[in-house]
Design a protein around this ligand. Structure first.
Ligand code: 2BA
Length: 109
């Protein structure tokens, strides 16, 4: 058995969970926050048989899309009289960051 952990954009998470549950996968969606952008994203995790992993990755590819956004970098510490012109930096998020992990054991108690 495998645990698929997918970190996706919040706007894609609903469509991904719907696509997974439509195919009878059991899924958990967690609210998460990226360490770099410090913005909300979503972590979707599901335990599946090894033979189902590629199907799950296909659904993630179909429903999760990359996005570009601009962030303003932190200004450096300035000396008096120095001038700093902040330029926005383009950052690309996703479509998805996916980890596939071996599961030693699963129980439903
Ligand atoms: P964030 O950490 O908020 O990162 C958002 C996007 O910012 C990243 O998109 C990447 O394009 C960029 N980025 C992140 N760290 C950077 C850095 N040190 N320098 C320059 N650009 C940087 P993705 O790579 O698609 O990642 C999307 C989200 O997936 C991340 O949000 C984070 O929540 C998660 N993630 C990505 N890689 C991970 C990893 N190795 N372990 C755990 N979580 C990860």
């Amino acid at each position: 058995m495998k645990l698929v952990i997918a970190i996706v954009h919040s706007e894609d998470a609903g469509a991904l969970v719907d696509a997974l549950t439509d195919k009878d996968y059991r899924v958990t969606r967690l609210h998460s926050t990226g360490g770099f952008l410090k913005q909300n994203n979503a972590t979707v995790m599901l335990g599946v048989e090894e033979a189902q992993v590629e199907d799950v990755l296909g659904l993630i590819r179909e429903t999760c899309h990359s996005r570009s956004q601009y962030i303003n970098p932190m200004p450096p510490i300035m000396e008096p009289g120095e001038f700093y012109m902040p330029y926005p930096v383009e950052v690309t998020f996703g479509g998805a960051t996916v980890f596939v992990v071996d599961v030693a054991r699963q129980e439903r108690l």
